[in-house]
Design a protein around this ligand. Structure first.
Ligand code: SME
Length: 151
């Protein structure tokens, strides 16, 4: 069973970012998210490089083929372009969705921003339908905020 309270996870990530250099911090944050929440089936951080999202640290049972996503494509590209969190309750009904894993049912993508610039994003797939709610949005937007100086 993987289960962390949102507040506990937030504090763990805050503490870690105080002491870790940027290179290892991102992977460790991904690990905390993956280990802490059973419904987070795959967790990755994409970094904006020019017009492309490049996959950085990730954790899950399978690697994704989508290691580079042009800014205009997928749910990931949409969140990076708009700078707004994308929440997809049913990936089979979203035409933008780029499929990575057959088991994925829902997805959340949270931009990591410095003022209005999107530097990257947190992408989480869940094998459960409609796995993400306002608690996840609020929590992950705080995490994204904390990551903006580590990317
Ligand atoms: N589903 C994403 C692509 C990334 S994978 O989920 C890891 C999208 O539609 O952009």
């Amino acid at each position: 069973m993987r289960f962390l309270e949102y507040r506990t996870a937030e504090q763990k990530i805050k503490d870690l970012l105080l002491i870790q250099p940027a290179t290892t911090a991102l992977q460790q944050v991904v690990n905390i998210l993956y280990e802490g929440f059973e419904k987070y089936s795959w967790v990755g951080i994409y970094v904006v490089k020019g017009n492309v999202l490049v996959l950085g640290p990730w954790k899950g049972t399978q690697a994704t083929q989508h290691t580079k996503i042009p800014l205009g494509q997928g749910v990931c590209g949409a969140a990076a372009t708009s700078g707004r969190t994308e929440l997809v309750d049913d990936v089979s009904k979203d035409k933008r969705y780029l499929s990575c894993f057959l088991s994925t049912r829902s997805e959340i993508v949270v931009p990591i921003k410095k003022s209005e610039d999107v530097l990257g994003e947190i992408d989480i797939d869940s094998d459960r339908p409609a796995a993400f709610d306002t608690n996840d949005v609020v929590f992950l937007e705080k995490v994204a905020d904390m990551l903006s100086s580590h990317i």
